[in-house]
Each structure stands twice: as C-alpha cells, then as structure tokens.
Design a protein around this ligand. Structure first.
Ligand code: GTP
Ligand code: SPV
Ligand code: MN
Length: 601
C-alpha cells in the first residue's frame, strides 16, 4: 500500500482508510487521488480529460466553461435489467426489483473489478447528499476510475474537504464503488446492498448508473433507510409558487422519467396569468428527501446540487430557465457536435447545422435516415446536461437551508392519453396513497411497445424503490398517521389527447393554472365537484384567461368516463395481486371503495 501514500491521505478516519485500501487491493489502480472540491483541482481534471479525449472543449465564446462527452453507444441510459437489489431475503427486494443474494453480488462484481483499474487512477470522491451538516443529509464516498464521473459528481453533489470534515471518524457513510472496467454490456452490473449501505457499479459510464449519489444512493439506498428511520426519499421535483403578496406555497411532484419534472420545476408564468404576479422558485427537479418536523408538517430538501436534465426539446419556448442554466459550466453528454465545436439537439432554437458528428460518433446531416428508413438522431433522445443548481435564474434561496421547505401539496402524474382528468384531488391521505400507488404512464404511437399500453409506476418509484413496493406503500400510510397536518395529495395529467392524437392541454407554462387551483384548494378556497375518483375542479374555477381554450375542451379535460374507470379498477386489481401479502390491506379497501363509488355513479 506504500505506492498509494496512505500517510498523505486527508483523513484520519480508520474505517474509511481500511475500506479504500481494500477496494484498491481488488481494483489495483496505479494511483489514488483524493478529491478536495477546489477550483484548481477542477482545472487539472479537465485538462487531463481533454488530453485523453474523454472531454472535448466546446466553443468557449458561446459555451463558457462547457465540455462535451460521448458515452459508449451501448451505454446511453439506465439499464434496469442489470440493476439489482442484494438483500438477504428476496421478499425484502420485492417483485419490483431484480434480486441477487449479497454474497453472489459481491462475488460476481469482484470478478469484474479485480485488476480493472491497472494503469488507471482511482479517485476518492467524498460527497454529501443534502447541504453539509443538515439533519437531512447523508454522506457517501464514491471510488471511481472515471474523470467524467468525478466532474459530474462535483456538479451534482457537494464534494471534498467540507464533507470529510463533517464525516470525521464516523463510519456512517455509503460505500460507493464504480469502475468502467471494459464497458462491456455483458460485464455490467449495478448492485445495491441496502443492508450494508453499499453500492457497486461496474461496466458502465452513463449517468444514472454511475453518478452513484443520484438514483443509487438518493433513491434506492435512501428509500430503504427512510423506511427504517421514518422519512421519505422520493422521485420528486420541489418548487415554490409565490403569490403577489409574497406568500410561497411549496409543492413536491412525482412524475416518471421524462414526464416533465424539470419542465414544471422551472415553469415561467404564462402571458394570461402575468397580471397576477406569480413567481416560481425551483428547489429541485428530480429527488426530494422529506421529514416530519417538530411542527407535525412535512419538510423537504433537494439532496442534489445540480441538474442532470434531458436535453432534446429544451428551447426558449419550452424552458427558457433551463436554457439560461446551461449556458456556462455545463457538461453536455451525447448531443450533436458541429465542426466548430458548437452543439445542437432536436428541438433546439435556431438553424439546424448543415453537418456534425452525432451522439454515436458518426457523421450526421439533417434529414438522415438509416437502412430501414428510420430517422437518425443528432442528439440521443436521452442526451443530458449537467449544470449547477445555482445557475438557474429562478433557483430558490432556500436550497441551502438545512430545514428545507414546508410541503403543502404532493402531486402525482403520468402520461395518459385517456382516462385521467387534467387534475383531481384525493379525498384524504389514505386515498392519496392509493392514487400514487396506481399511477401509470401510457405509451404513445411515438414510442416502442404497444400503443396505449399502461405501465404502472407507483409514485414514479418503480425503477427506484430499493425494497418491496408493498412495504413501501405501508410506509406511506404510516407516515400519514404521524403527521398532524399532512399535505393534500393531487393527481395531474398534462398529456390527454383528442381524437386526432393532439394534446388537449397546452401544458408547460400554462400548467400554472392548475397549480393555482391546487394552491386555492390548499387554502380551502376553490370549489370542486365530488366524483367517484376524487375532487375535480368546477370548470369555472380554473382561470383560463388568455388561453383560447374552447369550453368543450375544458369539459373533456375534466371529464370522468365511468366505463373506462371501471376497466381501470379491474386493471389495478391485477397489478395489486402481483404484490401478494406485502400489499397493505388499506390499498384493497381503497380499491373496493372506488369500485363502489363507480357502481353508484
Ligand atoms: P427525468 O430527468 O428523466 O426524471 O425526466 P423529467 O421528469 O425531468 O422530464 P422533463 O422535464 O425533462 O420532460 C420530458 C419531456 O416531457 C420533454 O420532452 C418535454 O417536452 C415533455 N413535457 C414536459 N412538460 C410537458 C407538458 O406540460 N405538456 C407536454 N405535452 N409535454 C411536456
Ligand atoms: C431518470 O431517468 O429518471 C433520470 C436520469 O433522472 S438518470 O440519472 O440517468 O436516472
Ligand atoms: Mn429522474
């Protein structure tokens, strides 16, 4: 271990040193570098990555401090089929997770890790999810042989010296090991060991698989800990809506991946509502950690320090705040690169470049099709930007606040071409948990899979819940009972289609009109009609000033088709049955109650 100069390491933490040495003995890197989070360190890392081609410098006049990275073509999205929860019992992992016994997981992954860092550097990245020192926060240490991962972690989390200082001699940290190995899909595993507070990820270089603070720690491991410790780790944006009097209501919203969290979190009030003077404050766009505070209410922090957002479709109309956020100090992954080191993506403002090198590293020209006649994308549909939270023009001044923000409403939502109305409110907490548990997103003709096919995605956590979803729903019910004043729970659907397959609702900034109704409901103001599925706005309680939305369209958006809902209830029953005895009885009761209300409608 002398070659690793252990005596020079910036910590006295024995548990930490022993673990780093153990992992280094397995992976056998040539050297070990501890990340301190300084600016000088960033410059050194960037210049090294430019030298190896891991990063490409973008045109600095246009994109100051921005860099480009391409992942391997077989490595452009989270790989759910290679993602495992390794708990002692399979029952604990539940039918929602792939499962492997911990011993098997460690053995399979160590076969791939062994010697995989020869000739490489192992970086030690101390990071905090949540503000350093906040009662919400958790410390992780990620070991990785990828500079790209280090640079991303420096944006997405709080890293370096302050984290090590806060950790002190404690062994309460998540042990995160990542190695690229040979980036071979057949030797790729994303393993979680919740009972050991550990994550091993090998053979990938893509975001959600390798930025281990994000989905792996802040959702899968954290959800497991949250159940034990009595809090929530959720796939939710957090935003504040400020009314003209200066009062801010904070809401948390769970939508499945690529269903509009980043867009809603950065919403810009539409023309028609400008006169009301609302302002939006972004707290987070992907993950919320929530605790019951001494006031008996639910409080939330965003454990992340950056955005890892979908690039395609981002423009000045759809999300001007995101466009501002990504103008500098941003890493772009898998978009189109032009010969003058500019970048482009589908749905970007301005002219389409005449040529470029696309996400797959191949020459690209506009309108290109492959042998099968399919369109060749410039940017991969899941290409991403990594940018610091603080660069968002509407970032909340409470992102660094140790107690976070008080949540008054929780919103669930999915992509549903039919069925779900624009918005409805649950009758109470238990019913709200049922609404979240039965959430679903429908595939459209534009996506692979059967059109109209529904995938149930409870609370948008199906790929992220680190244990049995049945037990997770019980945890939601238990938490509700502990709160004196639990948030109200709503469901939204921006994606209802008309008979020609066009969106009935304009969406994006106009979604503020729905948030306004939600806020009014929280204040006990707006009127609603009681339906079998919950409270739905009376059409005249939604402010549609300046929208030119025909009243029949609004009626359609708010309509409940009893026949369709009876079918839905039957489908929910099938889904519930796959969870067996782990499913709380309360969910069955809620389903029966829904069926009864529908039969009387
Ligand atoms: P992850 O980062 O994968 O968790 O995704 P996300 O939930 O943050 O999704 P994002 O905000 O990046 O939006 C994904 C897609 O939804 C984009 O293509 C948007 O154009 C589209 N979208 C967002 N909001 C709306 C809306 O209100 N209406 C419609 N029709 N589309 C929307
Ligand atoms: C998601 O897929 O929900 C994301 C991107 O936010 S990733 O970090 O890759 O999981
Ligand atoms: Mn996400």
């Amino acid at each position: 271990m002398n070659i690793y100069r252990v005596a020079d390491w910036p910590t006295k933490n024995a548990a930490l040193k022993v673990w780093v040495i153990e992992m280094a003995e397995m992976c056998q890197p040539d050297r070990i570098v501890w990340i301190d989070g300084s600016e000088g360190e960033k410059d050194r890392l960037v210049s090294e990555a430019l030298g190896t081609g891991e990063l490409i410098e973008l045109n600095q006049a246009k994109w100051s401090g921005c860099y480009y990275h391409r992942t391997a073509v077989n490595d452009v999205a989270r790989t759910e089929h290679l993602t495992y929860i390794c708990t002692e019992s399979q029952e604990m992992a539940g039918p929602n997770n792939n499962w492997m016994p911990p011993q098997e997981g460690y053995r399979k992954a160590s076969d791939i890790f062994t010697g995989s860092m020869r000739g490489r550097t192992m970086y030690v990245v101390p990071f905090s999810m949540g503000p350093v020192g906040s009662p919400f926060s958790k410390t992780g240490i990620e070991l990785t042989d990828s500079i790209y991962v280090v640079l991303n972690m420096r944006i997405m989390t709080r890293v370096g010296a302050p984290v090590l200082k806060k950790l002190g001699n404690s062994d309460d940290f998540t042990r995160c090991l990542h190695g690229k190995a040979d980036l071979d899909e057949n030797r790729r595993l994303i393993l979680h060991f919740p009972e050991d507070n550990a994550i091993w990820s090998v053979g990938s270089g893509y975001g959600g698989n390798v930025l281990l603070g994000k989905k792996c720690l802040a959702l899968r491991i954290a959800s497991f800990l949250a159940r034990k410790e009595g809090w929530f780790a959720e796939h939710m944006l957090i935003m504040g809506v400020e009314d003209p009097s200066g009062h801010i209501v904070y809401v948390a919203a769970a939508f499945p991946s690529a269903c509009g969290k980043t867009n809603l979190a950065m919403l810009i009030p539409p023309e028609g509502l400008k006169h009301k003077g609302y302002r939006i404050w972004t707290v987070g766009d992907d993950i919320a950690w929530m605790r019951i505070d001494s006031d008996g209410r639910l409080w939330a922090v965003n454990p992340e320090a950056g955005f890892f957002g979908v690039v395609p479709g981002t423009n000045m109309t759809s999300n001007a705040n995101a466009m501002q956020t990504i103008r500098k100090n941003t890493i772009f992954t898998n978009v189109l690169l032009t010969p003058d080191n500019d970048i482009w993506w589908e749905g970007k403002d301005g002219d389409v470049p005449a040529q470029g090198t696309n996400w797959a590293g191949l020459p690209w020209t506009p309108g290109m099709v492959d042998e099968k006649g399919n369109r060749v994308f410039g940017a991969h549909p899941n290409s991403r930007f990594t940018a610091p939270l603080v660069q968002c023009p509407c970032i909340s001044n409470r992102v660094e606040h140790h107690h976070g923000v008080r949540i008054d409403a929780i919103i669930f939502g999915g992509r549903r071409a039919r069925l779900a109305p624009l918005v409805y409110e649950s009758f109470d907490w238990e019913h709200g948990v049922f609404v979240g548990a039965t959430m679903a997103s429908e595939r459209t003709a534009a996506q692979f899979g059967k059109q109209g096919e529904v995938r149930r995605d409870p609370m948008a956590m199906l790929p992220f819940c680190g244990y049995n979803l049945g037990m997770y729903l019980q945890h939601w019910l238990d938490m509700g009972r502990k709160m004196e004043n639990p948030p109200k729970i709503f469901h939204v659907n921006w994606f209802r289609l008309d008979d020609d397959g066009k969106f009935l609702w304009p969406g994006f900034g106009e979604n503020l009109r729905v948030l306004e109704w939600i806020m009014d409901r929280c204040a006990g103001a707006a009127a609603a009609q009681t339906t079998p599925i919950g409270y739905v706005p009376k059409p005249d309680t939604l402010d549609v000033t300046g929208l030119c939305l025909p009243s029949e369209t609004l009626e359609k958006l708010l309509s409940i088709d009893t026949h369709d809902w009876i079918e839905e209830a039957n489908d929910i029953e099938k889904f519930f049955s796959s969870y067996g005895s782990a499913l709380p009885q309360e969910m069955i009761r809620q389903l029966q109650a829904l069926k009864e209300r529908l039969s009387k409608a």
